[in-house]
Each structure stands twice: as C-alpha cells, then as structure tokens.
Design a protein around this ligand. Structure first.
Ligand code: ZN
Length: 271
C-alpha cells in the first residue's frame, strides 16, 4: 500500500508539471488505481458507468410525469430500491434513468415514466414485509461493539446477511441469525447453494428502504432468497414441504417475482 501511495504521489506531481501530456500508459494505469488525487482525476476522465437511455428532454418529461403521480416518499423509495438507485424519495434524472434501465430489462416501453405497466412490474418487486406483532426493534446503537464478521453455520457466513448500509450486527441478533441460517441449511441440503438478496437490515437501512416498521429483517429473523435454476415459486414449494414435514421452522413465506422471503416467526404467515 505504502509503495503504491508513493508511486501515486509521484505521478500526481509529474501530472501537475508541464510534461504531463507525455504521461506513459503505465503512469495512467497507476492513476486509474489511485484515488483522491485531484490533479489526476482531472487528467484522466472517468468513463460513465452506464450510457443514458433517455434524452435530456425525455428525462424532464418523465420527471414531471412521475412527480405528477404524487406517490408517497416511502413508495418512491421502494421503487428506487427496486431499480437500484439511491433512495432519496424524489424523482430526478438518475432515478428516471434507473427506471428506464429497469423498463429495458423487463421488456417494457423505455420512457422512464411510471405508467400502469411499469407500476405493476415495480409493485411486484417492492418488498412489503408482513406487519408483525408489537415487539420492539433491537437497538443496535446501544451496542458499543457491533459484530462485523464471522461464520454462522456450515455453509453460511455472517457477511451474507449484512445490512446493505454496511452496519454491523448487534450482538443480540447473532443467535437469531444463526437459527435462521440453520433452517436455510436444511433447504440448502435439498436444493444447493442459496443466494441471500436481503438478510439483516439495520433500523436505519430499513427506514431508508421503506420497510415495515417491525420488519423481521431488522430482528435478523428473515432472509430474501434465490436459488439458481429454480423459480421463486419452486423455491417456495420446497420451503412449504420442508415446513410441512417439520424439518424447517414454521414462519412467514412471501412470494415475489425475483425472490422468496422466509422468516422464522414461528407461526404461519403467507403472502
Ligand atoms: Zn424479506
């Protein structure tokens, strides 16, 4: 690390000098890998992550159209979460571009507008965690040393359940997550590796994505799962049969277009 920093600093100095136009490919490579040197950022234009799908005029039209729908901020955040753009609860150019990409990926008309067809497709993917009994959320802020890493069970690591905002795990959540993972091990033995698209959610992240207030994700009792080569409907059928035979714990099962929600609440809830 130290050596790289030294090289980057040296390159930054030479980039500021008049001979910068003669920068060799090697020094440009160093520049690309180094961060935080303003002179180099200016000298090496960053490629756009993705091309825009809409013209500027189309973006503005879509923003006006979507704002005119008067969706609640929570609803907009849910949609932003589905289309993988920062969830600030408002429509702007980045959000309508993300909606356009979502439309393109889902075979919809690509205009950035949340018309009836796009809304139906979005709604099917917004995560509505089932309402839960009045139990307090765990208070991670009261935990001075959240757990950052480690193994949970034979095939699941804590990291796979990490909250998307990068928050650590409150200690009280670990045994709860382990019980969840042990149940997922039973499913894994039948169907193979399981992808966890959402596991633990910190209270802050849960609020940001418009999750249910007492979401089981916040308590470490829920996972949204996918299995390669199986549809969500097939995964759900497998979980149902494993619960029926007493091998997986009774709980909540939610079917979504791209994943299945499973939680270990201890009584049957289906949606
Ligand atoms: Zn879920």
């Amino acid at each position: 690390m130290l050596q790289n920093d030294t090289v980057a600093a040296a390159t930054a100095n030479s980039a500021a000098a008049p001979s910068a136009t003669n920068a060799s490919p090697a020094s440009l490579r160093v520049a690309t890998h180094s961060e935080g040197t303003a002179a180099l950022s200016a000298a090496v234009p960053r490629p756009r992550a993705r091309p825009n799908l809409l013209t500027g005029a189309q973006e503005q039209t879509a923003i006006r159209y979507n704002r005119g729908k008067r969706f609640s901020r929570e609803t907009i955040r849910g949609y932003q979460n589905v289309v993988r753009t920062p969830d600030d609860g408002d429509f702007g150019p980045n959000t309508v571009e993300a909606i356009a990409r979502f439309q393109s990926q889902n075979g919809l008309e690509v205009d950035g507008k949340i018309g009836p067809a796009t809304k139906r497709t979005l709604d099917a993917q917004v995560h509505h965690d089932a309402p839960t009994p009045n139990q307090p959320e765990p208070e991670p802020d009261a935990d001075p040393q959240p757990v950052r890493d480690g193994g949970l069970t034979a095939h699941f690591a804590l990291n796979e359940f990490r909250s998307k905002d990068g928050a650590g795990f409150p200690r009280s959540v670990i045994p709860v997550l382990r019980e969840l993972a042990e149940n997922l091990e039973v499913l894994r033995a039948e169907v193979g590796p399981i992808g966890i698209t959402s596991g633990y959610r910190s209270p802050a992240h849960n609020r940001a994505v418009g999750g249910a207030k007492n979401s089981y994700h916040v308590r470490g009792m829920a996972a949204d799962i996918t299995v390669a080569g199986m549809t969500p409907r097939q995964v759900r059928a497998k979980v149902l049969s494993l619960i029926a035979s007493g091998r997986m714990k009774q709980g909540g099962i939610g079917l979504y277009s791209t994943f299945v929600h499973y939680d270990t609440r201890g009584y049957a809830a289906r949606w």
